[in-house]
Design a protein around this ligand. Structure first.
Ligand SMILES: Cc1cc2nc3c(=O)[nH]c(=O)nc-3n(C[C@H](O)[C@H](O)[C@H](O)COP(=O)(O)OP(=O)(O)OC[C@H]3O[C@@H](n4cnc5c(N)ncnc54)[C@H](O)[C@@H]3O)c2cc1C
Length: 408
């Protein structure tokens, strides 16, 4: 495969899951991609991540399937429980025919483990830390893009902004527009797993839904840790920063009165943090010339469908295939955006809507929600599978061949 003309040297701003995945996929196709990360070292937060089959297909294409299998956990069911009674409102199997129908299994991983896997897939010489993007200029004559990292400046044939929800590249392309605080705050914590906990908590993805909040827990790191994400609606976020350390007591206070079995788990939470959840509306266009966006920089979304990082990985695959397809770099970036913008915009809005449904407060609304969940879990299996097809069945390789006109 030949690289798109003008895509010779590609700068990726941001070394999160999206940026590293893009670097690995581009380099796999012979394109010289380099990553610039602002932090002094590559690192990820101590939290879990759900990787649905559509993301697993991207990781497998990088040869990371075995590593994912070794470090990840494959949940048996998706179980939704009532906040107070703990009764399972719905239970859906996510192994066996689920894997076959969508072309890959569902995994739960520790973010740091996935980040390490991706780091290992990129040559160290292509990775630069302590490099915070501070300026960006496009040359109208030759299309090249000059990036500034403080005093240092360098020219590139193409630039990918994978620098997250507060993206600097997005600001240079689209102006200054702050993300919106959604009125949701997420506690993230880990529980070390012992035999007693293992007996009490099944190897499922469990969601407890209640008025104004929900709690998700699942195993990561081969089952040695239980990851907790506990979301609470709140009217304000007093802190300037969007993340802060929290005490276990804050978590327990936020979910006081919830099911006793759940509280027994929360009582053992360690490494507790609190994150303000922001999102943005879908953009009508992502890039210009030889610059574009990827992952949260392009389409930050609420985590309620567990698709933000997975969408970044899908983006990375389509981007790499488009640039490798051999056309002009600016055209290749537009082909990439065309292939991705509608899907990611739909999922941004669907994630927002899911939050509303999970957090309903009145008895009438929760009865209606629970009846729908129960009914859906009792659907015939093929109907259930069909409903998830557009999200989990998405095949990046097929979509890329459609976008670039090449054979899969
Ligand atoms: C509570 C919670 C739970 C979630 N659960 C899931 C889940 O289960 N599954 C899932 O798929 N998604 C999940 N997500 C979403 C997921 O975390 C994000 O969508 C994903 O991390 C986005 O990756 P990214 O690489 O685009 O951005 P980021 O991970 O934000 O990485 C951006 C990188 O760019 C760097 N950077 C920023 N500015 C600059 C600059 N000026 N110069 C250089 N570098 C810069 C940053 O330091 C960072 O390393 C969750 C999110 C939250 C908040």
């Amino acid at each position: 495969m030949s690289a798109a003309s003008g895509s010779g040297r590609v700068a990726i701003v941001g070394g999160g899951i999206g940026g590293l995945c893009a670097a690995a996929l581009l380099r796999q196709r012979g394109i010289e991609a380099v990553v610039f990360e602002q932090a002094p070292a590559f690192r990820e937060v101590g939290a879990g991540l759900q990787v649905s089959p559509n993301g697993v297909k991207v990781l497998r294409s990088l040869g990371l399937g075995d590593a994912l299998d070794a470090l990840g956990v494959r949940p048996q069911n998706l179980v939704i429980r009532g906040w107070k009674t703990g009764i399972a409102i719905s239970r859906t199997g996510i192994q066996g025919d689920f894997d076959r129908a969508y072309g890959a299994p569902y995994y739960h991983v520790h973010r740091a483990d996935l980040h390490q896997m991706l780091l290992g897939a990129v040559e160290p010489s292509a990775l630069h830390v302590g490099r915070r993007l501070t300026s960006m200029e496009m040359d109208d004559e030759d299309g090249e893009v000059t990036l500034g990292f403080g005093e240092d400046r360098a020219r590139f044939d193409a630039v990918i902004g994978a620098d997250g929800i507060h993206s600097a590249v997005r600001r240079f392309l689209h102006g200054d527009e702050s993300p919106r605080f959604t009125g949701n705050v997420a506690f993230r914590a880990m529980v070390p797993v012992d035999d007693a906990l293992r007996r009490e908590v099944a190897r499922d993805s469990t969601i407890w839904v209640g008025p104004g909040g929900h709690v998700v827990h699942y195993y990561v790191r081969g089952g040695s840790l239980l990851n907790i994400v506990a979301v609470q609606e709140t009217t304000r976020w007093a802190d300037e920063s969007w993340t802060q350390e929290a005490e276990r007591g804050d978590l327990l206070q936020a979910f006081a009165g919830w099911n006793k079995g759940l509280l027994r788990i929360l009582e053992r939470a360690e490494q507790c943090n609190r994150w303000a959840l922001y999102d943005r509306d879908p953009l009508p266009a992502w890039g210009r010339g030889r610059a574009t966006l990827l992952g949260d920089a392009a389409h930050p979304m609420l985590p309620f469908l567990a698709q933000g990082a997975v969408m970044a990985m899908e983006d990375a695959f389509l981007l790499a295939e488009s640039l490798a397809a051999g056309s002009d770099a600016a055209q290749a970036l537009r082909a990439y955006e065309d292939a991705r913008i509608q899907r990611t915009g739909r999922i941004q809005l669907a994630a927002r809507a899911r939050g509303h449904a999970m957090h309903v407060g009145s008895a009438r609304e929760s009865l209606r929600r629970n009846a729908t969940l129960f009914f859906n879990s009792r659907l015939k299996r093929d109907e259930q599978i069909e409903r998830g097809q557009s999200l989990y069945g998405y095949d990046v390789a097929k979509m890329a061949s459609k976008a670039t006109g090449s054979r899969p």
